[in-house]
Ligand binder design. Structure first.
Ligand SMILES: Nc1nc2c(c(=O)[nH]1)N[C@H]1C(S)=C(S)[C@@H](COP(=O)(O)O)O[C@H]1N2
Ligand SMILES: [Mo]
Length: 562
């Protein structure tokens, strides 16, 4: 007999394999349908993003820190791939389970929909139950598809069992009767044990599986395209931004502020090389034409909501400011220097009637909220004490890149990013530190976090093999808003030697330094430390980034060759 039309029951292994395939197809359908629904309900709220996002929210700070260190800016890609891998395994397993307990397999798929829905609804930016819809609809489709596909496989082969076996109907190799009862199209179970007449619907299965795969791919592609087109408006709005000339320009970077040394961090960090740290699995694409920023809260006598055009019409300042992440390890890469253009925050706040606490203001905390639900709390006193705290719209002469907060973000000299640098900002609320803990503070980071004085050796690289003789040791040092006064270098356990400092740009920017080392053959440890303009020397004491920034001296081990 032609095997294509044979209706013999499937053997166990083949059945399991087809079950696993069905599980995979069901999972694929669930995800692609969810993507399509998310495009309709709200872009970028698909289940992987939701689960990934809430995983990020729930990850202990130590682990998050480790992930940032381990994978750098790829940390989120790694997380998404991890979620996908877990989902794949679960889909395969549920598919196999369904070959025995058809309903349980489908209920399992639904359960993952519930997890996705809960994750979506619990995200900080979740505004309504609508966010749960993609997961719910996706899971329903996936569960239904799995149920249907498994139905094509026909009943399991029954063992010949004694007439008085108590397990008939529920035995270890029999299908559950209730499942078949609901499936009119399934071949009825043979009445007599051992009968071969009921088999699997091979053609039906192949057709159903192919149709499901095609439909899922279609749904996914349409969802992708729809999600993408929402982003296109944002891209277009960014392209059409023309940054006005600032009314207060930054002085040109002084001659001698940027040293010409191989391997040193450039004084100005290009946008493409600027470090990026945030919790956003998908970079928010905000359309500047519909963007609004609301300023409200305690002590605000004139509440305001401003548009992007409003911002561009205000007097703009241009300043070089070095940003640093609190997660940066000693010697780490999460520090960068850029030329920012924006509105002076203190001006904006004063127009709204806000006073600094030292001037009788009632709010001591400014909570910035982003379109993705991030909350970042800064001391109102610092923002209004005369430093160049700004609502920035430009970075190195360009509108902010999407990764760095387009259309607007905060920049406050002297404070770590997590307490000052809110990207994709849409709301500023004046409140108190007593009344509100922001996102990171809820996760055990310090409420207030001025940047610690730090220095880094950029060259030679760790485990480098420079040639004997003149070796240029060089790097950067920062103590934003205090300024760097001195950098010293030590070779092994020798005396501290003063390094040559590049000319200071401003006290809000980092400072390059260099030290001409007469290197002798063998292994050496180079160590650097900086002293800020208050006269305080960077502490040797090593502390981890949490809760308020790493401290300690950076050192590099090299092998000098003949
Ligand atoms: N919306 C939002 N803004 C954010 C963050 C975030 O996770 N979400 N991270 C903050 C942190 S911890 C830092 S160090 C800076 C980094 O800014 P950058 O990515 O432009 O370098 O952004 C801050 N602003
Ligand atoms: Mo940060």
């Amino acid at each position: 007999m032609d095997h294509d039309t044979t209706h013999r029951p499937l053997d166990g292994v083949k059945r399991l394999a087809l079950g696993a395939l069905s599980g995979l197809l069901a999972g694929y359908a669930a995800l692609t349908v969810a993507e399509l629904v998310s495009a309709a309900v709200r872009p970028e709220s698909g289940p992987i993003i939701a689960v990934g996002g809430s995983a990020i929210d729930r990850t202990p700070s130590g682990v998050k820190d480790w992930a940032i260190r381990q994978f750098g800016t790829n940390d989120k890609l790694v997380l998404q791939l991890g979620i996908l891998a877990v989902l794949t395994v679960l889909a395969l397993v549920l598919g196999m389970v369904a070959t025995r307990w058809r309903l349980i397999g489908s209920l399992g798929v639904l359960a993952f929909g519930v997890v996705g829905a809960l994750a979506a609804a619990s995200r900080p930016d979740s505004t309504s139950m609508k966010d749960a819809l993609p997961s719910v609809v996706g899971a329903l489709v996936g569960a239904g598809l799995l149920y249907w596909l498994i139905g094509r496989l026909g009943p399991t082969r029954r063992k010949v069992e004694g007439p008085d076996s108590p397990d008939v109907g529920r035995g270890s190799t029999t299908d559950t009767g209730s499942d078949d009862a609901h499936d009119a199209s399934a071949s009825p179970a043979p009445a007599s044990p051992g009968a071969d007449s009921a088999g699997w619907d091979r053609r039906g299965f192949v057709l159903a599986a192919t149709a499901a795969a095609a439909a899922s791919t279609g749904a996914g592609l349409v969802g992708r395209a729809l999600n993408g087109s929402q982003g296109q408006n944002a891209v277009a709005s960014r392209k059409s931004v023309v940054l006005p000339a600032p009314s207060s320009t930054a002085a040109p970077v002084p001659k001698g502020a940027a040293l010409r040394i191989d391997g040193i961090s450039p004084f100005m960090t290009p946008n493409d090389d600027f470090y990026r740290v945030d919790t956003a699995l998908v970079v928010p694409k905000v359309d500047a034409t519909s963007w609004r920023l609301r300023i409200h809260g305690k002590g605000v006598t004139r509440e305001r909501t401003i548009s992007f055009d409003d911002v561009l019409k205000m007097p703009l300042i241009e300043r070089n400011i070095t940003l640093t992440c609190v997660s940066n390890e000693v010697g780490g890469p999460y520090v960068g220097n850029a030329r920012w253009i924006g509105v002076r925050l203190a001006d904006l706040l004063r127009e709204c009637g806000v006073k600094a606490p030292s001037k009788g203001g009632r709010a001591d905390q400014l909570v910035a909220r982003s379109v993705d639900g991030m909350t970042i709390g800064s001391p109102v006193e610092d923002v209004m004490d005369g430093r160049d705290a700004m609502l920035a719209v430009g970075m190195n002469g360009r509108p902010l890149p999407f990764e760095h907060g387009f259309p607007a973000r905060m920049v406050v000299p002297g404070l770590y990013g997590y307490v000052s640098a809110c990207k994709w900002i849409e709301d500023i609320e004046l409140t108190t530190f007593d009344a509100y803990d922001s996102y990171w503070v809820k996760r055990d980071w310090a409420q207030r976090a001025p940047i610690k004085t730090e220095s880094r050796i950029d060259t030679p690289k760790p485990f480098g093999r420079p040639k004997e003789g003149a070796v240029m040791v060089a790097g950067v040092a920062w103590a934003q808003h205090r300024g760097i006064e001195k950098v010293e270098v030590r070779v092994d356990d020798g005396e501290w030697q003063e390094a040559r400092l590049a000319v200071e740009d401003t006290r809000d920017t980092w400072r390059q330094w260099s030290y001409a080392w007469d290197a002798t053959k063998g292994n050496h440890t180079l160590t650097v430390r900086a002293t800020d303009s208050t006269g305080e020397t960077q502490t040797e004491k090593r502390t981890p980034p949490i809760p308020d920034g790493a401290s300690g001296w950076h050192s590099v081990v090299v092998t000098v060759e003949a």
